[in-house]
Design a protein around this ligand. Structure first.
Ligand SMILES: Cc1cc2nc3c(=O)[nH]c(=O)nc-3n(C[C@H](O)[C@H](O)[C@H](O)COP(=O)(O)O)c2cc1C
Ligand code: SF4
Length: 430
């Protein structure tokens, strides 16, 4: 196979089971913890190396991980908390689940090192409730890590104590938003909270709290063991750093999760790593990073899949969950399906989202079902702008597929209106 790249996060991937603690250790696991925590290397050095590596948060926003840890003020009170966000309810996204089922110890070691960098003593593993098997794996492997002396009181005989509990989420999409997640852990209604203060200053129970995505944390032991330059060299582009787990679904021959250099071109991901488009399918569009991103069209087929290049064209890498659609897919129907989700998951706190998303869903539904009118198109465009006045990122994210549907596939939307129904359903009926 001409396209083999070094695996980092998936190096211990087995076809049928989770890698054990021993297997993780044989591949260099817990060496970084032994060297940095056991060896008493300063927490500031951990932050310096991770910052220098260019590791950007893998939860969707791409915020620099080292910078987030450095934002916990030295003078801030204790205890300080860490949360590993594995809520993963973004439609199409399944990479964190894969990671937890492949090699849970790289996440556990990453959490201990991240917490060490800002003197955190307690962490929550925030897991989607439908990921009960992941939660059970974590509970078992946390116990194994404790027995080996990598978690708990006075880790490896040092003054650093740190432990992790698994917290099952209530099961709503908004619970994955960092500030709503903190409310959820504290047993409050999970409404988002706008900064300031940032959670790194006042988070859980008013104490400094860092929230990171599971994949972000999993990279940390590898960076500390191999160095920031090594991490940067893994990228397929000049500006990127590290590898990325791409989760591909839809009309490809081999859907699934693949770890590749960040910035691998979309064409390579589909043609080589997913075995090409499914039989009889031609690429029509994809959402590159989960449901809250914009459609890419055939003209974007060669785009490097990293934060920077997608930003340049007004799009986002998001969670790198690539949903691929072919010539037989009604993109209006697909967008309606996503809008049903977003409208249902709105927490109801602010009007543009609570009222705007169901309104958009109704307009899309009416166009799809033969009740569309020409004026719905400008109405939808206006609503896509209005939802930017909402309180958190859920509603602007929900508008992303809609606005790109209108920008790139307006003719298809108009066809639904003029033909009084979905042309794809009509074709399927024949
Ligand atoms: C509605 C909504 C849902 C989110 N869900 C998740 C999630 O399931 N997992 C996640 O890591 N980040 C999620 N995020 C992003 C988090 O708010 C936060 O940016 C992220 O956990 C930070 O981790 P990182 O800096 O390591 O990327 C969500 C954001 C929004 C607006
Ligand atoms: S944008 Fe939606 S999810 Fe976010 S606070 Fe407003 S109502 Fe809640």
């Amino acid at each position: 196979m001409p396209f083999k790249y070094p695996l980092v996060l998936f190096q211990n991937r087995k076809p049928d089971r989770v890698a054990t603690l021993d297997e993780y250790r044989e591949s260099g696991g817990y060496e970084a913890l032994e060297k940095f925590i056991g060896g008493g290397i300063s927490p500031k050095e951990v932050i310096r190396l991770v910052t220098e590596s260019g590791l950007l948060g893998r939860g969707g926003a791409g915020f620099p991980a080292g910078m987030k840890w450095a934002a916990v003020p030295d003078s801030s009170p204790f205890p300080r908390y860490l949360v590993a966000n594995s809520d993963e309810m973004e439609p199409g996204t399944f990479k964190d689940r894969m990671l937890l089922h492949v090699d849970p110890h790289c996440v556990i070691e990453g959490m201990a090192l991240a917490a060490y960098s800002f003197s955190g003593s307690k962490a929550f593993f925030f897991v989607r409730p439908s990921y009960e098997s992941s939660a059970a794996i974590l509970e078992r492997e946390l116990e194994n890590a404790r027995k080996a002396g990598f978690l708990g009181n006075r880790i490896l005989g040092t003054d650093f104590s740190f432990d992790i509990v698994v917290h099952r989420s209530g099961g709503r999409y908004i619970c994955g938003e960092a500030s709503a997640l903190l409310n959820a852990i504290m047993g409050k209604r999970p409404n988002p909270v706008k900064p300031p203060p940032y959670p790194t200053e006042k988070g859980l129970w008013e104490k400094p709290t860092v929230v990171n995505n599971v994949e972000t944390l999993a990279n940390v032991p590898h960076i500390l063991r191999n160095g920031p330059e090594w991490f940067k060299s893994l990228s397929a582009t000049e500006h990127g750093a590290g590898t990325k787990i791409y989760g591909i679904s839809g009309r490809v021959s081999r859907p699934g999760a693949v770890e590749l250099p960040i910035g691998t071109r979309l064409s390579e991901i589909i043609d080589l790593h997913c075995g090409g488009m499914a039989s009889g399918s031609k690429f029509k569009a994809c959402l590159p990073g989960g449901a809250s991103t914009r459609f890419l069209t055939p003209e974007h087929y060669d785009i490097p899949m990293d934060f920077e290049d997608l930003k340049k064209i007004g799009n986002r890498l998001g969670t790198a969950a690539i949903m691929v659609f072919d010539q037989n897919t009604c993109l209006l129907g697909a967008t309606l399906n996503l809008m049903e989700f977003f409208a249902r998951e709105s927490c109801g706190w602010c009007t543009p989202c609570r009222e705007g998303l169901p309104y958009m869903r109704d307009l899309l539904w009416r166009i799809e079902n033969g009740e569309g009118k020409e004026e719905f198109i400008p109405n939808l465009r206006m609503l896509c702008k209005q939802v930017w006045n909402s309180y958190c990122a859920l509603a602007p994210g929900a508008a992303e597929p809609v606005i790109s549907l209108l920008d790139f596939f307006e003719d298809e939307v108009r066809q639904h209106i003029s033909e009084k129904g979905c042309p794809f359903h009509a074709k399927a009926d024949h």
